[in-house]
Design a protein around this ligand. Structure first.
Ligand code: PMV
Length: 333
């Protein structure tokens, strides 16, 4: 058990209190990106970041205690994953953090309604759902902040998947990371829409963990990234509060482009976009040129997430018929 875990679970039960437990967590899309760690074992970021959760899009995870098993069993979207797969190894290493002396193994069954590992934050909602399910299984009754810190140990961005709506991840200052967690912004924006433009629902070529490390170490521009993020975060939070969509969209889009520009200047360069990504970006810029307020953001994959308002849904859909539209605050607007 690492230090963070033992501090948070001090005085809590060390034996499962049920045979299985289940929980759901939404996926989240970063509007101001997390790109770079100050501690890679604890997933402590170099900067704060800000996201929007995707409501009903996310992961549902059931964790069950296995009797007399020799390893964990991981089932993803009804398919049992090979023990040697990197996903299973990552998950088992995470479960090791919580395993009691009796070396208990688990079955983790996750159903995700978003493409896995296509840069759509699937690992984030997976780890958030898993820690919530573990909390139920052991009856720890941890608060959201503690769950966010523990989710972060699985995947950094998972710490933002504990809430709906806008969530800021405060980078924190402490070495043990107990002050590095998400918290929700108390702002609703029912008119906001997110469109998933999925060209390639395939696993990404380079993990975000490796790509981040490589960028921090080799991009000559990385040193300005924390300054960029500080400015973008402030602008985004103001725009969200004022429901100023054009500022919101343009700052989020520019932030994503700056993150990808950093990666392109790494040695050797990392390019997550495909020709389809670039073609869609041009289509979006053309739409804007014609007066339509639509913006995009992009994570560690080729797919894009469009940002627009409910009033423009029909026009945006005409331009992008393949779009899957999400209303992060519900369908009321
Ligand atoms: O938490 P990770 O290791 O999956 O990294 C997430 C990285 C980005 O999605 C590109 C940015 C972010 O803030 O979510």
């Amino acid at each position: 058990m690492n230090n963070t875990v033992s501090k948070l679970l001090l005085g809590k039960k060390r034996e499962p209190q049920a045979l299985s437990a289940e929980s759901f967590a939404p996926a989240n899309i970063a509007l101001c990106k997390y790109w770079g760690k100050r501690d890679s074992a604890l997933n402590l970021p170099l900067t704060s970041s800000l996201s929007i959760s995707l409501g009903e899009k996310g992961a549902n995870t059931r964790i069950s205690v296995l009797d007399s098993a020799e390893s964990d069993v991981v089932i993803l979207n009804q398919e049992r994953l090979a023990e040697e797969s990197s996903f299973v190894k990552k998950l088992s290493a995470y479960l090791d953090l919580f395993r009691d002396v009796s070396d208990r193994f688990f079955q983790v069954e996750t159903t995700s309604n978003i493409p896995v590992a296509a840069g759509l934050a699937s690992s984030a909602c997976g780890f958030a759902a898993l820690i919530k399910a573990l909390d139920k299984l052991y009856a720890w009754e941890l608060d959201q902040k503690a769950l966010s810190i523990l989710a972060r140990l699985g995947s950094g961005s998972a710490c933002r998947s504990l809430w709906n709506g806008f969530v800021e991840w405060d980078r924190g200052q402490c070495m043990d990371g107990l002050d590095s967690h998400g918290y929700p912004l108390e702002v609703q924006w029912p008119e906001l829409r997110i469109g998933l433009l999925i060209f390639e629902p395939l696993p990404k070529k380079i993990s975000s963990r490796m790509a981040m490390e490589h960028t921090v170490q080799t991009s000559p521009f990385y040193k300005i990234w924390p300054i960029v993020v500080e400015e973008d975060l402030l602008k985004l939070k103001r725009a969200i509060k004022a429901h100023d969509f054009e500022t919101f969209g343009s700052v989020a889009e520019a932030n994503a482009l700056k993150m990808h520009a950093l990666m392109m200047t790494a040695k050797t360069p990392i390019v997550y976009g495909s020709p389809k990504t670039l073609e869609a970006q041009h289509r979006i810029w053309d739409c804007r040129h014609q007066g339509l307020a639509v913006y995009f953001t992009q994570d560690a994959g080729p797919n894009l997430k469009l940002l627009f308002l409910a009033k423009d849904l029909d026009t945006v859909k005409q331009g992008f018929p393949e779009l899957e539209v999400i209303a992060p605050f519900g369908e009321s607007a």
